[in-house]
Design a protein around this ligand. Structure first.
Ligand code: FAD
Length: 498
């Protein structure tokens, strides 16, 4: 069955632009309200936002990308995975469906490793107190974190949420934010991967297939297992503060040295200037800092987390949309930041490491994210904010940082200390038009794409970003795993080439 139709058939009404504004808003609000109810009812433990397969259709977490695979399978053993791959014409793998593009879609075989999700933990013989986890790639990050915590261990760093599968996180080289550590891929010691003939092999650091599979969007085979290094468990003090934007930008270098993990939320497109001479950027930004501490976790941390999530949902999921409808985004931006400053400033809450990084982040939203070199951040951000103000397009802009420690061949943070610029607008507005303009800006600043989020590049643009040598290494590794293009779909062919 040809794969070419997968992405086009997948595009939902929202992407084709066929959905009315009212329908889009009602759908987004219904999903947000239902999720808030489940969130409150389960004491902040659960929401309904994961990819799922039902009655012949697979659909992602935010209900935008879908496909109708000829066969959907949830194998439970390596032998079964190998047999399924060997017998299929085309194969894609899906984890939690937490990516924002057509990457997981398949018309032929769609594999879920949800039932191939075990983990065992042993002592690292080389480093006292450290552990090595042998995991099956379907395990979700939240479950791996629990298994590690029970053994007194934790990952160096994590992204901003945790329902994803380890296979999906590897395939998109997931990143968090950090001075010394930034990527899950830093912790990987080896990967077990099934090739297009259905043969499984183990690849280690130094093998090109190992580095190409990280960030390779599933094109180098099915990642079925990993050896993951974890350090002794630690605690994190998380402090949130609203600060003047100009102060944050002037002191960025010092802040990056002082804090082990740092990120910012800018609020773009909230201030629009009828008066052409007025700066349309909001004067305040939210700064998030995480630092290691020997203090024990706070008793109130669970309640604080629930309140933070509810505030995010109210502000990003609902209020911004309402404010825009009544043309009061300017007012909301200023008042919201001041209120937020009153509520959160001067508060540092201590979490166990595995609780400190992730949140549920469950308002229905879209994302596009590029990594740029740090020296371009201020100029790039200014252009992005001007674009959002001009388009009157309210959205959170998340800024994060990683050192040059990614193990991927291709990825947003590969090859340099990186600053990430991410837009995360509510789905109550169309995203593709502004996202394309955003992409043009970040590309001018040397942007590298996150392949787990929206991307509009073609293969030539990708090649010009990474250079011919790196792309040739990537393609050679990919070909050694898959001569016939079994693991490609329309999305990966467009962005990475056939
Ligand atoms: C609320 C939210 C917060 C997020 N925060 C962050 C963040 O902080 N940092 C960040 O970097 N990203 C973040 N992301 C993006 C997301 O985590 C990644 O894109 C990740 O890939 C999703 O994992 P998944 O298991 O859901 O994979 P899926 O979305 O199911 O799949 C992603 C890609 O990986 C491939 N794939 C999946 N499993 C395998 C496998 N076993 N072998 C080979 N290929 C495979 C799929 O085919 C697909 O191309 C966030 C997403 C959401 C929705």
């Amino acid at each position: 069955m040809p794969e070419g139709t997968a992405a086009s058939r997948s595009a939902s009404e929202e992407l084709k632009g066929g959905s009315s504004v009212v329908r889009r808003i009602v759908r987004t609000w219904t999903i947000n309200i239902a999720n808030s109810a489940v969130f409150l009812f389960t004491g902040g433990r659960k929401v309904l936002h994961e990819g799922r397969y039902r009655r012949g259709t697979w659909i992602d977490w935010y209900r935008v990308f879908r496909c109708h695979p000829h066969r959907y399978a949830e194998p439970t053993s390596e032998e079964e995975i190998c047999r399924l791959v060997a017998g299929a014409e085309k194969v894609r793998v899906v984890g939690a469906g937490h990516s924002f593009n057509a990457g997981p879609l398949s018309d032929d075989l769609l594999l879920s490793l949800d039932r191939y999700n075990g983990a065992t933990v042993r002592d690292d013989p080389g480093r006292p107190g450290w552990k090595i986890a042998d995991v099956q790639a379907g395990i979700r990050l939240r479950d791996l974190n629990r298994v590690l915590a029970a053994q007194g261990a934790a990952l160096h760093v994590a992204g901003s949420t945790n329902p994803q599968s380890i296979g999906g996180l590897i395939a998109t080289d997931v990143h968090g934010t950090g001075r010394d550590h930034g990527f899950l891929s830093e912790c990987l010691l080896s990967l077990r991967i099934v090739d297009a003939d259905g043969k499984a092999a183990t690849f280690r650091r130094g093998d090109d297939v190992f580095h190409a599979a990280i960030g390779g969007a599933g094109t180098c085979g099915v990642v079925i297992g990993a050896e993951i290094s974890a350090e002794p468990a630690y605690n994190l003090a998380k402090a949130v503060k609203v600060v003047p934007r100009t102060w944050a930008e002037a002191n960025l270098e010092a802040l990056l040295v002082e804090n082990t993990h740092l990120s910012f939320y800018y609020f773009g497109g909230l201030v629009h200037s009828a008066d052409r001479d007025r700066d349309p950027r909001l004067a305040l930004v939210r700064m998030n800092k995480w630092n290691r501490t020997i203090d024990p976790p706070d008793a109130v941390r669970g309640v604080v987390k629930i309140l933070d999530e509810l505030f995010d949902m109210a502000f990003s999921g609902h209020l911004i949309g309402v404010a825009r409808a009544f043309h009061v985004t300017d007012w909301l931006g200023r008042a919201g930041m001041r209120l937020y400053a009153l509520a959160v400033n001067h508060r540092a809450v201590v979490y166990a490491a595995e609780e400190g990084f992730p949140r549920l982040l469950y308002f229905r939203h879209d994302e596009i994210e590029y990594g740029i070199s740090r020296e371009n951040l201020t100029a790039c951000l200014e252009e992005v904010q001007l674009l959002l103000a001009e388009r009157r397009y309210p959205t959170i802009i998340e800024i994060r940082f990683t050192p040059d420690t990614s193990q991927a061949l291709l990825g947003p943070g590969v090859g340099r200390p990186t600053a990430y610029v991410e837009l995360a607008p509510s789905m109550s507005r169309k995203t593709d038009g502004v996202f394309r303009e955003f992409e043009e800006i970040v590309l001018r600043h040397g942007g590298q794409p996150h392949l787990g989020k929206k991307v509009y590049l073609d293969r030539d643009q990708t090649e010009s970003i990474y250079g011919t040598d790196r792309m040739q290494r990537f393609r050679a590794a990919r070909r050694s795993q898959d001569r016939s293009g079994k693991f490609l779909n329309e999305f990966t062919e467009t962005v990475l080439g056939g």
